[in-house]
Structures are given as C-alpha cells and as structure tokens.
Ligand binder design. Sequence first.
Ligand SMILES: [Fe+2]
Length: 390
Amino acid sequence: MIKAFQFAQTPKIILGNGKIAELPGITKSFGGEVLLVTGANSFYFSKHGEYLLNTFEMTGVRCHHIIIAREPSPEMIDHAAIRYRDTNIQLVIAIGGGSAIDAGKAISAMLNKTELVTEFLEGVGSKDHPGTKVPFIAVPTTSGTGSEATKNAVISRIGRNGFKRSLRHDNFVPDYAIVDPELTYNCPPNITAACGMDCFTQLVEAYLSDKSSVLSDALALDGIRTLTNSLPRAWKWGQDIEARTGMSYAALQSGICLANAGLGVVHGFASSVGALYNVPHGNICATLMATANTITVRKLREETPKHIALIKYAELGKITSSQAGNCDEYYVDAFLDKLHEWTDTMNIARLSSFGVTTDDIDKIVSATDCKNNPIKLNNSELKEILLQRI
Ligand SMILES: [Fe+2]
C-alpha cells in the first residue's frame, strides 16, 4: 500500500533547448525594473546574454546587474539588498550555477527586509523569515545543485568559525525555473563532472532517505536512469545535446527530490568541509560519494542486512549495470563499483588538492551531520571516508 506523503510545491518549470527565449516575455509580465544576478564566468558576456540584454532594452526593461563570483557569503547578500532596497526591483533573475541561483534567491528574500541575512539563517540567527520576497526566476547554466527547484539558499562563511547554512521558506521556491540545456554546453569537463556527481549524490541520497516517498522515489529513479545515460557523455562531449538535456533534467529532478526527501552523509560533509575550506560544493560531493556509499553499505550489511536501503541499493545497481539476471548482492556491489569507476574516469579531485589536510579531521567529523543517511555512521567511519579522499 502507498505510504502517506506530502509533496512540496515546485516552480513553474519551462525546460527545453532555446527556452531562454521565453525569459524576456515572462520578465515583462512582472514589471520593468529587474535585478540580474550572474556568475563570474559569465552568461552575461555570452551570445545568449547579449540577446537577453538587447531584448530587455527593446522592451523597456531596466536591468541592474551584479556578479556573484563564488558561493555567496552573508555580506554579499546584505550588500546587494542594501544597494537595491530603494530601487523598486520588481523581479530578481539569477542565471548561473548554484552560487548565483542561491544568491539571487536570498537577495529576493532580503530586498524587503531591514535585518541582516544572518538573523534568519538556520542555526545562526534567531528570527523566522516571514517568507515575503520579490518574485524570483532561476535559470541554471550548470547541471548540479537543483537549486532552481528548492526552497533554500545556502549561505557560507568560510574559515575557522565558518558555516554553511540555509535561508529557507516554502515561498522561496523560485516562481519560474527556466531550464535551457543550451546554456550548459560550454561548461568545462571538470565542472560538468563535479556538478553532475553532486546531482547524482542528491538523487541517490534522496532515494535512500527514510523521508522518501513513492513519488520522490519515482522521480529519483528516473533521474538516476537519465543521469547514468547522460553524465559520462556530457563530461566527454560537452556539445552532446541529448546528454546535456538529460543532465539538465536530472539536476532539476534532484532538486525536487532533495526538497522532499532530504539528503545523506555526503551532504553532511559538504556543510562541514565547505564551512572550513574553500572547496566548491560539487567537488566535495563528487569526491566523497563513492567512499561514503561503500562504508554505508558495509555497515548496513554488518548490522541490518534486511534493511530496505540494501534493496534500494540493488535497484540502483540494476540501473547502472549492463548485466541482467544477477542477485541483489551482485547489484549492490555493481553500483558501488560504478561510483568508484566514475570517480576515477572523470578524474575527480581529492580534497587535498583544495588544501584540506588531516590536521582538521576531528574538527570536520564533529561538525558532520549524517542527515537522512540510511544508517548513522560513527566518528571512526566518518574519518575513514575522509582519509580515503584527502
Ligand atoms: Fe548538493
């Protein structure tokens, strides 16, 4: 029987090659004063950017622009909100990777507030955000975080007393997600791999989560099927339209899944490692995914061999394996082998290449939340995961 569940709202989704062309018309329907948030490698200077700006000008849209060059800090959000608070911005549009989209989402939530964003951050501030915001459109140019479909924006302060925390409210789900795979064609292989593995982690962790539902499972499995056929090709041949479209769709699904089912220990590390070191979110997930799942499966087999998660791991192996007719044990191992194979073939960088050292292992482990991992890992298992990828 189907277990009772709730499913959160999604943005109005427009997905397809060339769909960026619909943005000017949608923008105009919100008003004539727009704040555009883009990343550093920017869409803004691309042919699509040129087209968009020209169209805005022709249709009487006044476009203010800010660049978000890295994962957004509280100061970046406060600075933008203060600068544009009196400008009567009627729409915020973020076009970029997860950092630009999270920044745009947070700025849209802070334009009408006088407080600092830290006052509303989970685990940092003490105030509840009322959910008021300026309308917000997310347009991803990478296939990874799924932020175009989620209700939270991750804000980071990196360093000894750093944090990665969310500004979250149901109303912060973007009003529109315009997902145009053409915008991802020029994403370089290393970023395609890191973002793609982040997306893969989100789909797998949501599927294995004890908060998953029949609907989030259906989406997650479909996303994993699509990603399995798309990620190696998108990494190798960036102009492969079918593969890029598959990755755009899988990333969107991963955002919907994580918003409804939660995440696991890899994303626990993404917060603890990412708060201490300047390592992009996708790189942390990509490098830890294979080892974290291997150790999770080992513990499940040792302590709870009948756990539903092992049956689910076997389902994942059936999707990623080319062999038919084997037992569940075989497919669980086949899935783990695939994770290690992709880590190697896509040259996923180790944490040490971003400056992470063994000196901070205890500090990282003590700050790592297992979230909705199918089984809770102890400190020595968390250390083992890190040591294999530093
Ligand atoms: Fe992620």
